[in-house]
Design a binder for this molecule. Structure first.
Ligand code: NAX
Length: 327
């Protein structure tokens, strides 16, 4: 058919890729009436493993899966792409300084952004999962000539979902009862999980939980949940990260239930004191295929301080990639 959606997934042979691709192909991301074409981008030494995953996708006989292509060619990977999920990244190696990490990832996300600018469909929507996600999104956007920067986002939905689950467990509610949670800032340990405006079945969360729990348990637990998963599971979050990426793209493309909000790393328009142009996490809704920042939220003093600290980290990452000539 001609109305299939082309989805490019990078790092397809990795553990998040393995948890992600089958859900996309089964229709859980874009709906069970939307045929999909998958493009899997890997580095040459992982192409064979990605081909193995593609064979398993074939073996599922998913009715919606029109085609799968595996490639190590960045231009071919993004040709005609409607959705790009940038999962593959360079992990921090032993003894690697932050500048080395940013530079290594600039070498990945710069060319991928450029290829998206040259080859992707005009409705391209990009979510960066690979870390440092916010700054990788900034780099990709800077290289994508002709594509509005707003089409590049960073995933903080996993942090958001973690925060929702923690508050639901603490209050004995279901996740459906929770609204008004925000992840602010960078997808890093400096992020600010904010429940000062959250409600639990319509009641303010701050009336149901102690300040000390918020400060000493909720905030650090959400911000450091990735490390906790590694400690307990023996490997980093994979299925939950893939699930969050699906939530992010589904909400972006298909829109959200009116009244609810979520969190996403999007290009700042200067709202809430976050300098324009930074990719920072905000409270957002999705409408008409675009993210909009939820306006007029009260920011208490503790939140202000923590948001400013996370934004300071984003500024220093931006300045570092700027001085490396990566943006
Ligand atoms: P894996 O190491 O299992 O897989 C990464 C894959 O990316 C590998 O197969 C590798 O060959 C590939 N790759 C590397 N460079 C590439 C390039 N230039 N083009 C295409 N593919 C390339 O990692 P995985 O556990 O899947 O995690 C992937 C990324 O997600 C990491 O950067 C990780 O830090 C990040 N995460 C982000 C999260 C978020 O909330 N934003 C949470 C989960 C995860 O930690």
């Amino acid at each position: 058919t001609t109305n299939a959606t082309t989805i490019t997934v990078t790092g397809a042979a990795g553990q998040i890729g393995y948890a992600l691709l089958f859900r996309i192909a089964s229709g859980q991301m874009l709906g069970d009436d939307v045929p999909v074409k998958l493009r899997l981008l890997e580095i040459p030494q992982a192409v064979r493993a990605a081909e193995g995953t593609a064979m398993e996708l074939d073996d599922c006989a998913f009715p919606l899966l029109e085609s799968i292509e595996v490639t190590d060619n960045v231009h071919h990977a993004f040709d005609g792409a409607n959705v790009a999920m940038l999962v593959g990244a360079r992990p921090r190696g032993a003894g690697m300084e932050r500048a080395d990490l940013l530079e290594a990832n600039g070498g990945i996300f710069g060319p991928q952004g450029a290829a998206i600018g040259e080859r992707a469909a005009s409705d391209i929507r990009t979510v960066v999962v690979g870390n440092p996600a916010n700054t990788n999104a900034l780099i990709a956007a800077a290289h994508a000539d002709g594509i509005p920067a707003e089409r590049f986002t960073a995933m903080t939905r996993l942090d958001h979902n973690r925060a929702v689950a923690q508050l639901a467990q603490k209050t004995g509610a279901t996740v459906d009862d929770i609204d008004g949670i925000t992840i602010w800032g960078n997808h890093s340990a400096t992020q600010h999980p904010d429940l000062s405006n959250a409600t639990v079945a319509g009641r303010p969360a701050t009336e149901l939980v102690e300040d000390t729990w918020v400060r000493d348990e909720f905030i650090p637990r959400v911000a450091k949940r990735g490390a906790e998963i590694i400690d307990v599971r023996g490997a980093s979050s994979a299925a939950s990260a893939a699930n969050a990426a699906i939530d992010h793209v589904r909400d972006w493309v298909l829109g959200m239930v009116p009244g609810a909000w979520t969190s996403a790393g999007i290009v700042s328009d200067g709202s809430y004191g976050v300098p324009e142009g930074l990719v920072s996490s905000f409270p957002v809704i999705s409408r008409g295929g675009e993210w909009e920042i939820v306006p007029n939220i009260e920011i208490d003093a503790i939140s202000r301080e923590r948001i400013d600290a996370s934004v300071a980290e984003l500024i220093s990452e931006r300045d570092a990639v700027r001085s490396l000539g990566l943006i």
